[in-house]
Design a binder for this molecule. Structure first.
Ligand code: SAM
Length: 227
């Protein structure tokens, strides 16, 4: 959560720049891979407040907002919208025109109509791949990353290559899909985790996957013991 808060100024300043650069009466915005639960409305609230401040500073009328919140189909969309009443109460007591919709779907699918969005933002969701990389399995179908659930210090280099290849394919597909949905002159902000430097393993987050993999191994061995 801390890292999300540290990075959100990028999204907020970009949408303000977009608003200043255009004279759109309505901003259509998508939060793709939004958070779940009542928190999912927070980024939208902050976007609207930031644009509202810019409107007052520039003495311009506030645009209308059409906001689409995307998450996986299994996400609990009811819990996402539970905070709507509070959201509208806080936001200028309902005087601002903000329309919302939930859009269930995988972001490796088409999600929105052609040329329909002025602004798309992603925050810490793009690291989810579309599928387990096929190259993680040898010709006999055996996993080459035994005992691990991601790239670990113990993984052979081909594991890192398999994930890299899958990410490249997914990211290409993702960009192609969004380029169709973004209106001419629309902007997009992608915030995602990455590695500093060329070391494929050296990243503090990787340590967490190792610990999780160990916990899974222990759980599986306990289950096997009892069957
Ligand atoms: C780490 S959370 C980030 C949430 C939020 N964007 C934030 O910055 O707090 C990642 C979200 O992406 C969603 N997600 C993962 N893969 C997805 C996919 N293929 N399509 C749509 N949503 C996805 C997850 O359900 C989860 O809610």
């Amino acid at each position: 959560m801390r890292v999300v808060n540290l990075m959100k100024h990028i999204t907020l300043s970009t949408i303000v720049d977009l608003y200043i650069a255009t004279t759109l009466p309505r901003l259509t915005i998508a939060d793709v891979g939004c958070s779940s639960g009542p928190n999912s409305l927070s980024p939208t609230k902050e976007i609207i407040e930031s644009v509202g401040k810019a409107c007052r500073r520039l003495d311009r009328p506030s645009p209308e907002f059409m906001v689409s919140l995307n998450n996986l189909p299994a996400n609990n969309f009811n819990s996402m919208f539970l905070g709507l009443h509070e959201f509208y109460k806080k936001l200028n007591r309902g005087s601002q025109s903000v329309f919302k919709e939930g859009v269930p779907g995988f972001f490796y699918w088409r999600l929105f109509p052609i040329d329909s969005l002025d602004f798309i933002h992603f925050s810490f969701s793009l690291h989810w791949l579309s599928e387990v990389p096929k190259d993680l399995f040898d010709e006999n179908g055996k996993c080459i990353n035994k005992g691990n659930i991601y790239i670990s210090l113990m993984s052979p280099p081909s594991v890192a290559k398999a994930y890299e290849k899958q990410f490249e394919e997914d990211f290409n597909l993702f960009l192609r899909l969004r380029s169709v949905e973004l209106a001419l002159g629309g902007w997009m902000v992608l915030i995602t985790a990455g590695r500093g430097g060329s070391c494929w393993w050296g990243n503090s987050i990787m340590f967490l996957w190792d610990v999780l993999a160990q916990a899974f191994s222990i759980m599986v061995s306990l289950v096997i013991k009892f069957i």
